[in-house]
Structures are given as C-alpha cells and as structure tokens.
Design a binder for this molecule. Structure first.
Ligand code: PMP
Length: 354
C-alpha cells in the first residue's frame, strides 16, 4: 500500500477471482466459463469491428440494446448494457444504496457483493441461508435495504421460483430488489417479465456463461425506465464508453445465434445431470443445482484436500475456505469428456485416500 492510498479504501479487501495458473495445462472447472467457443458469427462480427477501432464505440450501445430488448420482450429504455454484469451490480450499489439505505444479501452468495458494498461505503447485512443452503424468503420482507439475490444462487446453485421472488418484491415496495440472473439459463426461472409489474425490480444477466463470452465482458440490467435512467446517470458519470466495439459486435453476433446458445445450455444441463449422478455414486452430497456448476462435498475427504488433489491431477475446481462451505467444492460443468475425466480422477483420489 502506498502512503497516498485513500483513507476510505485502506481496509478494503478486494474480490479474489478464480486462479488461472500457467504452470501446466489444466481442465478448468473453477470459474464457471462455458466450454464452448462463441459462435462463428460472433467471432466474425468481432473481427470486423476491429477495422474501425480508430473511432469510439457507440456510448448508447443502441443496436445491441435493441436486440436484447426484443429478445426479452421489453422496451429499449428498460435495458442497460454494461462491462460484464459485475459493472451493473456495482452501478446498483452506487445508485440505490447510501447512508440511509444499506444493502442486504445472503451470508453465502456471490463474493463480489460485500466488496462492492465496502468499495462504496455501504453498510450491509448478511442474511443466513437455511442449513440446507436454501433461502428463507420471509427473512427478506420489509428490510428497508436494497436487496441483492443471486438467482440461482452461487456457489450453491439453488434457485428460487418466480413466485418466491415476487413475494420479496411485494414485501419491499420502497426498496430496490436486485435479482442477479448470471446462471438463469441453465434451468432457473427468469424474473424479467416482472419488471412490468414491479418498479422496484432490477434483473441483471450476463453474456459470460450461457453465451460463451466471459472474455468479452458483457452484461446488462433490465428494469423500469426510471431505474435504468438512474443507472445511466452512474454510467455516464464513470465510463460512457463502457462497451468496446469488438464486444458490442460479438454480442450482437451471438444474439443472432440464439439457437446455438440454447443448444449449448441443453448440453450443459445434460452434462450436469451426468456429473451429479456419477458423483452421487461416488458418495458425494450435492445441492440441487440449476446452474452450470455443481456444489459437492464428500464425508471421507475434506473439501480442501480434494481441491488440492484434483489440482495435482490437472483439474481446477473452486474451493472456498469459508465457514459453512469449506467442505464443499464448486465444480463448473464442462464438456462430457471433461466431466468423465473429473469423475475418473476423483474416483482414483478417493481410492488412494482410503
Ligand atoms: N453474478 C454471479 C452470481 C456470478 O457468479 C458472476 C460471475 N463470477 C457474476 C455475477 C459476474 O459475471 P460477469 O461480470 O462475467 O458478467
């Protein structure tokens, strides 16, 4: 830390992204990326966009925003495109939390929420999940805080229904409820249709998972025109050109290939079902994941030890050294071949451990 670092940031603990070691070639099942490349069309659109890199990108992101709005059946001014969904989540902390209105989110959830809160000097309350990692929605009623819920949740993978989210919305009429749908395309129920009914709802989604574009950094938020207007005020006060030309073009390209995306999602769901079944045969206990990852523990080997052994064997998974979840590993669903290697390697590790 330099002696110049702002007093208000000195105690900030930044977010820790999943490791990306370069010492050998790993099967990467630790950051919930897609194992599938973006479609040819998306790649070609991005390549073409490089020809005009001398010019700034469209700050309104009009063409891409229009495409997202029409795909979701909402209006153009109900959508804001951002640099990954992380950016819109940060914007939401800036826009809808202050000294009078703190934030609330589950005690086990996406690790960036407390970081955004700390960065923006926002007080927050962590609401404990039930022992089985499900969310007790009644704990979110009338909190007088801005609520952040990942649905499905991470790293547990467990989803709430649209009706349950609606209950939370009804019981917080004076506060914004942010529903982070980063993983919704793998079996969750989206709350986007509810934005027409609830002016306190902001739904965020990403191109990083189902749309195979984690490297491009593209996400978006959907909410009432007024909510989107507020978020635009934050955007135009921080980084008006938040989406670069290649990303914008690739985003349009992948939306033109929605069938490709839907097929990839089907494949991931199939591979997840295979992985769950095989891990259960090996004695693992798993949550009911509706995402592109599973969350698993074994009674005979600690979460940390399994993570280390898998790494030694060239497979990266995500282990969180945190209370309540340290016995678990979060394992991204990759191709069927990758999952078969995961299963055979895990079997070998368990046998050696006996
Ligand atoms: N929300 C959740 C729950 C996530 O796990 C992630 C990815 N790590 C994000 C949001 C952010 O994704 P991105 O910025 O790549 O859109």
């Amino acid at each position: 830390m330099s002696r110049f670092f702002s007093e208000k940031l000195k105690r900030l603990t930044p977010y820790t992204p999943g490791e990306q070691p370069k010492d050998m070639k790993y099967i990467k099942l630790n950051t919930n990326e897609s194992p599938f490349k973006p479609s040819e069309n998306a790649i070609n659109c991005a390549k073409k966009a490089t020809e005009s890199l001398n010019l700034y990108p469209d700050p309104e992101c009009r063409q891409l925003t229009e495409k997202i709005a029409s795909l979701l059946g909402v209006d153009y001014d109900e959508v804001l495109v951002t640099n990954g969904s992380d950016e819109i989540l940060n914007f939401a902390f800036i826009a809808f939390c202050d000294a009078a209105c703190g934030a609330a989110f589950p005690d086990i959830t996406y690790g960036f929420y407390p970081v955004f809160a700390d960065l923006n000097g926002v007080e927050y309350t962590k609401i404990p999940l039930n022992d089985d990692f499900t969310v007790d929605i009644s704990k979110y009623f009338n909190l007088n805080k801005t609520i952040f819920i990942a649905n499905p949740n991470a790293p547990t993978g467990i989803a709430l229904t649209q009706n349950e989210i609606e209950e939370i919305l009804k019981n917080n009429p004076c506060n914004v409820v942010v529903i982070d749908e980063a993983y919704v395309d793998f079996g969750g129920q989206s709350c986007v249709p509810l934005i027409k009914k609830y002016d306190n709802l902001l739904v965020t989604q990403t191109f990083s998972k189902s749309r195979s574009m984690a490297g491009a950094r593209l996400g978006f938020g959907v909410g009432s025109k007024e909510i989107i207007k507020d978020l635009n005020t934050v955007k135009y006060s921080t980084n008006p050109y938040n989406i670069n030309k290649m990303t914008m073009a690739a985003g349009i390209g992948i939306l033109e290939d929605n069938d490709y995306v839907l097929n990839n999602c089907k494949e991931i769901i199939k591979n997840r079902e295979f992985t769950v079944k095989e891990l259960e045969k090996l004695g693992f206990v798993l949550t009911n994941s509706k995402t592109n990852f599973v969350f698993a523990k074994h009674l005979k080997i600690s979460g940390k030890q399994l993570y280390l052994k898998l790494k030694e064997n060239g497979i990266l998974v995500r282990h969180f050294d945190k209370p309540k979840i340290s016995e678990y590993n979060r394992i991204t669903i990759g191709t069927l071949d990758e999952m078969k290697i995961l299963i055979s390697t895990t079997k070998k590790i368990l046998e050696e451990n006996e």
